[in-house]
Structure formats: structure tokens, C-alpha cells
Design a protein around this ligand. Structure first.
Ligand SMILES: Cc1cc2nc3c(=O)[nH]c(=O)nc-3n(C[C@H](O)[C@H](O)[C@H](O)COP(=O)(O)O)c2cc1C
Length: 364
């Protein structure tokens, strides 16, 4: 790597462009079947020709799925009828095209929760990952299983764990991770309540020398310099890549993100059942209104809403289109190439470091 910049994306072209630009692209698994994931990784291998890249796997802490029934059909059967009625009602209200049988919707490419976030899915993705020259495996939500970490280490693969609270660091250290990602509340996607300015140094302290990457709210060089000043070894970004030329997000949604302000995101459980920061839309608001059922625990909420999400994507209704995205969205004001984002950010970061140095020059 030339720059201390890791980037999460579900889109392989972003991953390729970032690793080629000198950072480290990390492909998300949540949207893919194991078969499709294998195809994506093969294309990345061909394009990168030995340059490093990573993958991130969501290892859920057992909750709603802890009785072992993990296939989408049995999960759908666990969902009370009033929830299906609520989703149908929302589909009517917002004119979202949905299947008659919402319980058995085939996974749709591009839908964030196309596959249930189960341990079974995570292990299948891990198995595919091991067939490719992946340099880094990141574990989101829960700590990675110790035996998986040991196996990855035997293959020379580094492992990182994502935390949103310093109290979770030890769990990841016990699992044997090499790197910790501290994800502040500003971040797009699953996120906790602690802001990066407080979280990063607290996680650095708790990590006892294990390198930490700062995530959440990073999109300019000033934030990269700030993250390094807080003790991070580098940064981990997700939202900024959504509005790049390489991103496979629909063009209407990219434009919507470019126009969005810092305050246009909201943390909501409506997407997966876990708090995730996302663009505020009428659909997200409907889960917060009076009389709305409380979102289900993961992975059930994802199973419940995936049919409606597919409908929103198909119809391309601009006002309903949403995505996980962080508060940095207010600073994403143009659609640029991944390479331009990285190079501009690094020169901005150096300028910010120079300013800090000048400010301290007289004190030395
Ligand atoms: C659209 C989107 C989807 C995400 N999905 C995942 C995911 O599946 N797995 C994961 O580990 N992190 C996911 N994240 C979180 C990122 O890994 C990262 O923590 C976050 O984007 C950093 O904050 P930022 O958005 O302010 O850059 C997602 C983020 C975004 C924006």
C-alpha cells in the first residue's frame, strides 16, 4: 500500500480502483451468494495482479437466528403476520412494486440485505475467501471465530475486527485480530453511539499496541490527518466511494447523495434490525412513526424488508431510494474517480499536517 487508506465497498470496480490507486480495497459480502462472490473475487484477482485487497464478512452475534434455522424460508416463517401486513401497507402507500409472496423473494442483485446475515452465510463466504489471494479479512459486528482467525493466519492473511465501543476491543484481541477498526457513530452502515473523536483514542488505548484504523466521518484529508493525530495507523472509509465514477449505485442515487446535507442521515434499525446509519427517506421515517412495529432483530428484519427494497430499486423512485451512508455525505459534492478521491485527499492531508506543524512551531 502507498497510502494508509482502506476502503469498504460492495462494488468490485471500487475495490480494484482503490487498490490500484495505492490504498486497500475491501469487498463486502452481504449482497452476494457464495457463487457470485467467487466470481467477483476472481475478477478482482485478474485485475489486481498481486496488489493487496481485502474482504469483509459479517459475523453476527447470535440473536434471532440462534436456534440454527438460517435459511431464508424458515426465517420468513418466524416473522409474525402483522409485520408482513405493515410492509404491504407501506408498499401500497409508497407505490412500491412487490411480489405477491413476500416470504419467498429471490435475492436481487444490488439489494443491501439480499442474503440473511447469518453465521452460516458468513462461514460460506469465508470458505470462498480462502480460495483467493486475499490479504485482509475484516470481521464486522461480532468478533471473528478464533479457529477462523488461526486458519487465516496459517495462510498469511491478516484479520481485522470492527468495533464501535472500546469495551468490545478485548473480545477481538482474544480472537487474535491483527488490526482493529474503530467505527464512530458518524459512519454509514452499522454503527454505535460514540463519535470518532472520542472513540479512536479510546480504542487505541484499549488495543494495547495492536494497530487501529479510524472509520466514520472520514472523507477529506483533514480528517485523515486528524485520525493519525488521534493515534490511528490509518483510515477506513465507506461512504466516500458511493459517489465515485466506479461505484455501481444507480446514477439517480449518486446525484441524491451529492445533493444531500450532513444532517440528511439517520440511525435506524429498519434496514437490518441493527442500528445502521443511512440516508433518510420516507421509508425509513415510516418505521419511526407512531404505531409502526418495532423493527425485528437481525436477521429477521432484513428478510422482512428485502422484497420491498428490491421493488424500490426496480422502480427507481428517486424519493424512496436510500442507502447506508454516513454524515460525511454532506462533503461529497461531486462524482469523481476513486483515484482522484485518494490523491486529492492525501494532498489535503499533507496540507493539514503542515498547518498543524506550523501551529506548534513556536511552542517547540
Ligand atoms: C453502503 C454501505 C454499506 C456498508 N456495508 C457494510 C458491510 O456489509 N460490512 C461492513 O463491514 N461494513 C459495511 N459498511 C461500513 C463500512 O465498512 C465503514 O465502517 C463505514 O462506511 C465507515 O464510515 P464512513 O461511511 O463515514 O466512511 C457499509 C458502509 C456503507 C456506506
Amino acid at each position: 500500500m502507498d497510502f494508509p487508506v482502506c476502503g469498504f465497498s460492495h462494488c468490485r470496480d471500487v475495490v480494484i480502483a482503490l487498490s490500484k490507486a495505492g490504498g486497500l480495497g475491501v469487498l463486502g459480502t452481504a449482497r452476494y451468494s457464495p457463487e457470485q462472490f467467487d466470481i467477483e473475487l476472481t475478477k478482482i484477482d485478474e485485475a489486481l495482479d498481486g496488489r493487496p485487497y481485502g474482504v469483509t464478512i459479517i459475523f453476527p452475534t447470535p440473536k434471532a437466528d440462534d436456534d440454527g434455522a438460517n435459511d431464508p424460508d424458515s426465517l420468513a416463517e418466524k416473522i409474525p403476520d402483522r409485520y408482513w401486513h405493515y410492509v404491504r401497507g407501506l408498499a401500497d402507500r409508497f407505490d412500491i412494486p412487490i411480489e405477491d409472496d413476500l416470504k419467498h423473494v429471490e435475492p436481487t442483485q444490488g439489494v443491501v440485505n439480499a442474503f440473511p446475515l447469518t453465521r452460516e452465510h458468513a462461514l460460506a463466504m469465508l470458505e470462498v475467501t480462502m480460495r483467493h489471494p486475499v490479504s485482509l479479512v475484516s470481521s464486522a459486528i461480532g468478533a471473528p471465530p478464533r479457529d477462523a482467525v488461526d486458519e487465516l493466519h496459517r495462510r498469511g492473511v491478516k484479520v481485522c475486527g470492527q468495533v464501535g465501543d472500546p469495551k468490545h476491543v478485548q473480545r477481538h484481541l482474544d480472537a487474535g485480530v491483527d488490526i482493529i477498526v474503530a467505527t464512530g457513530t458518524e459512519a454509514g452502515g452499522h454503527t454505535g453511539e460514540i463519535a470518532s473523536l472520542v472513540l479512536t483514542p479510546a480504542v487505541v488505548n484499549a488495543a494495547k499496541g495492536v494497530p487501529v484504523l479510524a472509520a466514520g466521518g472520514i472523507g477529506t484529508g483533514k480528517q485523515v490527518t486528524a485520525a493519525l493525530a488521534l493515534g490511528a495507523a490509518g483510515v477506513w472509509m465507506g461512504s466516500a466511494w458511493l459517489v465515485t465514477v466506479e461505484s455501481d449505485l444507480p446514477e439517480e442515487l449518486k446525484k441524491k447523495l451529492v445533493a444531500a446535507r450532513t444532517s440528511d442521515t439517520i440511525r435506524s434499525r429498519s434496514l437490518s434490525g441493527r442500528m445502521a446509519r443511512q440516508l433518510r427517506t420516507p421509508w425509513v421515517d415510516a418505521w419511526e412513526e407512531e404505531g409502526a412495529p418495532s423493527p425485528l432483530l437481525p436477521p429477521l428484519q432484513g428478510v422482512l424488508v428485502k422484497g420491498a427494497q428490491a421493488g424500490m430499486l426496480k422502480r427507481g423512485q428517486e424519493n424512496m431510494m436510500g442507502t447506508p451512508v454516513g454524515q460525511i455525505v454532506g462533503d461529497l459534492t461531486a462524482i469523481r474517480s476513486v483515484k482522484d478521491v485518494v490523491l486529492d485527499m492525501m494532498s489535503d492531508s499533507i496540507a493539514a499536517a503542515d498547518r498543524v506543524e506550523a501551529a506548534f512551531a513556536d511552542l517547540r
